[in-house]
Structure formats: C-alpha cells, structure tokens
Design a protein around this ligand. Sequence first.
Ligand code: CAA
Ligand code: NAD
Length: 283
Amino acid sequence: MTINNVMVIGAGQMGAGIAQVFARAGVDVKLNDLKQEALDKGLAGIEKRLARAVEKGRMTSEEQDTAFHHLSGTTNIEDAADCDLVIEAVVENMEVKTKVFQQLDGITPEHTILASNTSSLPITEIAAATKRPSQVIGMHFMNPVPVMKLVEIIRAIQTSAETFEAIKDMTNRLEKTPVEVNDFPGFVSNRILMPMINEAIYTVYEGVASPEDVDTVMKLGMNHPMGPLALADFIGLDTCLYIMEVLYDGFGDSKYRPCPLLRKYVKAGWLGKKSGRGFYTYE
Ligand code: CAA
Ligand code: NAD
C-alpha cells in the first residue's frame, strides 16, 4: 500500500514533531488540533526548528521550502477524508483516544490505517473500538521526535501483516529505526523507562537526595544525556503519571505504584516544562 496523505491528530509536543518528520520526508501531512491556539503553536514550533536547521547548515532553504509545501494545519478532523494514514497524538487517556478513533473510522476511506502514538495504552482495546481493527496499530515515536531515531511499532492482536509492513516501510522512509513490539502495558520503552523515573521521584520523596543531585548521579554516573527528573519534566508529569497508572493497573503489581509526590505535582498543575514548573522551573 502507498501512503501519500497523512493526518496527525493533536498538535502538542509529539504531534508537531511527528508532522515535521513527515513533511521533511516529502509526505503530505495535515496537522490537526481541537484548539486553533494549540495548532498555531505547533506550526510555529515546526517553523522555528526548520529555520534553525537551515541556520546550522543541516538543511538548504530549498529543502525548507519543500517541507513547508508538504505541511498544512486544520482544526477540522473531517479533512482526514482523503488520508491514507492518520496518527493520533492526543492526551494519554483511553476514553479520549477511542472517541477520536471512532470519529476517524467514520470519516476516512476503507483502506486508511489508523495509528496511535500512545505511550502505554492497549492498542488491542483501541482497535476493538473501530470497525477496522486489522488496520489499527501503535506507532510510538520518542521525544523529541525530529532527533530520536526509534519508532516502536506495536501490533494489536487484530493487526494484519499488511498494516504492520506498511507502517514499517513508512518508518524506514522517515529514516527512523522500527522495532516490533507486542501489545503489553508500556510496551518495551515505558515498561523500562518509567519505573526508573518513578523510582527517581521516590528518592526525592523519601529525602534521599535533591532533584539536582539525583539527576547528577544518573548523568555523570550512568552517562544518561538527561537526568530522570529533567526527563520527566520534559515528557510531562501528567503523561508520566498516566503511564505509571497503566503499568500499575495492567500488571497489578505494587512495584509500579505511582509515587505520591508525582500525583501531588500533577494535582497542583505542575506538569513540567510545558506548564513552567515541575521538578525544575522554566521561563
Ligand atoms: N525538539 C526538536 N529538536 C530538539 C529538541 C526538541 N524539543 N531539543 C533539542 N533538539 C535538538 C537541538 O536542536 C540540537 O540539534 P542541533 O544541534 O542540530 O541544533 C540537538 O537536539 C541537541 O540539542 P542540544 O545540543 O540543545 O542539547 P543536548 O545535546 O542535551 O540534546 C536531547 C538534547 C536530544 C533532548 C538530549 O538531552 C536527549 O537525548 N535527552 C533524552 C531524550 C529521551 O530520553 N527521550 C525519550 C523520552 S521517552 C519517550 O519519548 C517515550 C514516551 O512515551 C514518554
Ligand atoms: P500534549 O499535551 O503536548 O499535546 C496534546 C495535544 O492534543 C494538545 O494540543 C490538545 O489540544 C490536543 N487534543 C486533545 N484532544 C484532542 C482531540 N480530540 N482532537 C485533536 N486534538 C486534541 O501531549 P504530548 O506530550 O504531545 O502527548 C501526546 C501523546 O503522545 C500521548 O498519548 C502521550 O502519551 C504520547 N507520547 C508522549 C511522549 C512525551 O514525551 N511527551 C512521548 C511519546 C508518546
């Protein structure tokens, strides 16, 4: 199957990054958000990052123009009517995601693949909410999308081999590395990463060390590019909490219990970089 037209639903940090890599690869892509303000912010971020790439000599201005030519924005989900692939990147909440998939199921042509960028939620359950479960799949990009090379491809129990192959080919076209993963809570990436972040939050909660010192241990002691608390702020503390809850519910094991300090920060609206405050403060 050939994928020529793509829509990305949700123009937040992930959706905007995903739209950018499609446009850069020469694929027509529409970025969608419910809110005009969020869409404008997402498009402005792409513009800024592409301009910086030209400044740094990583891209020519002709390539920048070509990328813009492939990119457009819309607040109307009905514009997915001519798309071959739609990637959903809205909030990490099953109810919101299944509603979006049901809407897309009614709007898009029969051949269209519906993918989710979920960090942890069961693709099998999202697929079951549609009338085309064999064409539903997880396409999990990493943050920041233009920089990170990995895409976890998650097969629901219903996903067909054709759907999997089409998404694997598309991932290679984006110059990313696909890894095939079965549908289990948190997949591979967040089953391993998020308990480490949660444990780092427990070390602060239990007064073992300050956030700065926890991050220094992991950066200088383990060569991680970012400490786990700076990374949690970067991902979004709301997203981290949703993922821990999926692991806790999905495995029913107390080792995945979200740290009470994480819950408290999310309740306070301290969501990390995107809200200006998390374990660190941001301008
Ligand atoms: N968006 C796009 N590009 C970005 C970016 C962003 N938010 N942040 C940094 N970059 C780019 C910069 O433009 C820069 O490229 P150029 O030098 O060519 O301009 C490059 O990345 C390196 O940036 P910096 O020199 O400013 O900073 P750095 O060397 O510290 O790298 C980083 C920044 C790439 C983010 C690095 O700190 C890193 O790899 N951090 C860990 C990221 C990580 O673990 N991601 C996975 C998160 S988990 C996930 O995504 C799954 C999930 O479901 C939650
Ligand atoms: P975000 O909060 O930055 O953006 C979400 C966007 O979706 C917002 O702009 C919001 O207005 C929009 N939205 C909400 N409901 C919508 C709807 N029905 N239709 C259209 N737009 C809608 O979130 P994010 O960090 O970009 O995360 C998005 C998804 O990607 C989540 O499922 C998350 O788990 C996953 N993810 C996040 C990361 C990360 O590091 N943040 C990494 C990989 C995957």
